[in-house]
Design a protein. Structure first.
Lengths: 323, 329
């Protein structure tokens, strides 16, 4: 299969969906010049009616997309940094996500929110969050593709979904290459992917931490520790069965998630396992997340607060009594 | 306007007034849960604006929304049923007073967050411009809402992109209990329009014909591709910010001020004019409206409450196992 970079797979999905469906339009800041690359070639191919640079008014253009969706369009919003969703939070969770339910099931609000996620190093506390847990708590569908193939498949699904979907694209993965199918390709929501099979310990890894977990699995294999890496891919809906099946097999689990700890995604996965697979556990459920401080700027303190491969290796060895 | 249209304006105002007066009674008798925000006093605004719109045009409404919904063609039966939490209500009992919506009538929802419907109206206007279907959207908000960031962002977006929107600012001079002079440093809210590059028009919101005519002009402009208008309608609410306010005895308006505005009552002045001109007899319309409301209340009372398990329906257009998460295993 031909190989594409993650960003190219993303871009291919947008081109392909926009070519099929004239109801798709793009809103965002500096999207026409594709400042981040997601929208490369969109202006030239589809023209200025289909892609709109907005004023710096995140709440305003997020609400505008909701109204356009209620009127039959299928907008895509690209936020330039993940924390912009805080500025638009009422419009995202109190409006776009709630309105269909609150209107008694009337209408559809098919909006795709592209959120470039997380720290490319040295961006400090207001550019480095992975704020998917607050969206999940409010019921918004959230996906975090970790490979170019999933990037194409999940973004295509998100654009075609008749509900709001947030797509978090880890910035550190945008340049990574991998095989991507050339033809129409979708990855269904609610289906996790076992990225590596193993028997001793399950690592539930999210986004940019999936390749890190896979690298750790190779190191531990040399120590006769067999790691299974489960990539949930879609955080809501969550493929609980895939996670539970893996934990029932290995009896040990580390949730490896680069987002905030308290009431975060890792806490939810941990609770699901504790509620439903407690009798298969051979050790405590471990969460390896960020520290709940704003990500600091200077490298040693930044590195210290983020979940790392070294800590994952330590956690896995400890669970197997190899500390 | 012909005789029928002139009479229709009165009928809508009377319907709104009596609807909200009856709802106030139903709240006080605990037949409507919680509290509502009555529109009494402001009827000429919703009526003048919505009668100047076409059936396919879109509105977004506010927490004080019953008047907008009824004026845009909302069925009094289904509005009353929603307020009583019945399954026959517009939102199947999900929303109540502050959230009534009927997308088929272009009512993109009342809204519980001040100003939050305004960008949604801009989105509907964007879709209309994109589809070149000639529709316009009217966004209602108050003198409180005009200080909300998302409203100001929307004014700028709509002016810059030339969206077919009418921004209807119902200036009743109080953001809940805080007077306008303490929240805004200018005299005329319509003056804000020039800062965004659109016309700002200030009209007497107690005069239904003035509101109607101003809206017709704004809608013509919008349909002709000339962009949005900010329409300030100076009006007054007779009651409190919410139903229960009366019992709290808050005193933030003088008796003289309240009496002055009541002397300009839109139903009394317009009704007297209709009679004087021989256009219609308002008393006959009043009786017709009572019959409509009797029927609406009877319909709502006779309707069923939702079944408890229906609380989990309709959250998503596309559902998956485990969604929405229940609060128990």
């Amino acid at each position: 299969m031909r190989e594409l970079r993650y960003i190219e797979a993303f871009n291919e999905a947008i081109h392909s969906e926009m070519a099929k469906d004239p109801r798709i339009v793009v809103f965002g800041e500096d999207v026409r010049l594709a400042i981040r690359g997601f929208m490369k070639g969109i202006l030239g191919r589809f023209g200025p009616d289909r892609i709109h640079d907005t004023p710096i008014s995140e709440a305003g253009f997020t609400g505008l997309a909701t109204g356009a969706a209620m009127a039959g369009m299928r907008p895509i919003i690209e936020y330039q940094i993940p924390t912009l969703i805080y500025v638009a939070f009422d419009q995202l969770v109190n409006q776009a996500q709630k309105l269909r339910y609150m209107m008694g099931g009337q209408g559809k609000i098919p909006v795709t929110y592209i959120v470039p996620a997380g720290a490319r190093r040295g961006l400090a506390g207001q550019h480095s969050d992975h704020p998917y847990s607050p969206l999940i708590q409010m019921g918004m569908k959230v996906v975090v593709p970790s490979t170019p193939c999933d990037a194409k498949g999940l973004l295509t699904t998100a654009i075609r979904e008749d509900d709001p979907v947030a797509v978090f694209a880890p910035v550190s993965l945008l340049g990574v290459k991998g095989p991507v199918p050339e033809d129409d390709y979708v990855t269904p929501l609610g289906q996790a992917d076992v990225k590596r099979e193993g028997t001793d310990v399950t690592v539930v890894a999210v986004g940019a931490l999936v390749p890190e977990a896979l690298a750790c699995a190779k190191i531990l294999a040399r120590e006769n520790i067999s790691m299974e890496v489960v990539d949930p891919r879609t955080l809501l809906p969550l493929d609980r069965e895939a996670i539970l099946a893996s934990v029932r097999k290995t009896g040990r689990v580390v949730i490896f998630d680069d987002s905030n700890r308290c009431c975060g995604f890792a806490a939810e996965v941990s609770a699901v396992i504790a509620e439903e697979a407690w009798n298969a556990l051979r050790g405590p459920i471990r969460r390896l997340t960020r520290a709940d401080v704003p990500v600091p700027f200077s490298m040693p303190i930044e590195t210290y607060v983020l979940p790392s491969s070294d800590r994952l290796l330590t956690e896995c060895r400890a669970l197997l009594g190899r500390a | 306007m012909d005789q029928q249209q002139l009479t229709a304006l009165y009928r809508t105002m009377r319907l709104i007034r009596r609807f909200d007066q009856r709802i106030e009674d139903l709240v006080n008798r605990n037949e409507v849960a919680g509290s509502t925000h009555e529109y009494v006093g402001q009827e000429a605004v919703a009526t003048g604006v919505c009668h100047a719109l076409l059936p396919d045009d879109v509105i977004t409404s506010t927490h004080r929304g019953h008047g907008h919904i009824l004026a845009k063609g909302g069925d009094p039966r289904r509005v009353t049923a929603e307020l009583m939490g019945k399954i026959t209500g517009y939102n199947r009992g999900r929303g109540g007073s502050m959230h009534i919506a009927d997308l088929s009538l272009g009512i993109y929802g009342a809204n519980g967050m001040v100003g939050a419907g305004v960008p949604i109206a801009c989105g509907a206007a964007f879709a209309a411009k994109y589809a070149k279907n000639g529709r316009v959207a009217a966004a209602f908000f108050g003198d409180g809402g005009i200080n909300q960031g998302v409203v100001l962002e929307s004014l700028n977006l709509a002016a810059t992109w030339g969206l077919p929107v009418i921004f209807v600012c119902e200036n009743n001079m109080y953001a809940a209990t805080t007077p306008l002079r303490e929240t805004v440093a200018i005299e005329r809210l319509a003056d804000r329009a020039s800062g965004y590059g659109m016309p700002g028009v200030s009209v007497d919101g107690m005069d239904v014909l003035a509101v109607y005519q101003a809206t017709v002009r704004a809608a013509q402009r919008a349909r002709a591709g000339q962009g949005p208008t900010l329409l300030e309608c100076k009006t007054y609410r007779y009651g409190g910010h919410f139903t229960a306010e009366k019992s709290r005895g808050f005193k933030y308006r003088t008796d003289e001020e309240m009496a002055d505005w009541r002397r300009r009552d839109p139903l009394v002045t317009y009704g007297a004019w209709l009679l004087r001109e021989g256009i219609c007899d308002p008393q006959i319309v009043d009786a017709e409206v009572e019959a409509v409301l009797d029927d609406a209340v009877a319909f709502a009372r006779a309707s069923a409450l939702p079944k408890p398990e229906e609380a989990l329906d309709g959250m998503y257009a596309v559902t998956y196992p485990g969604l929405p998460a229940r609060g128990w295993l």
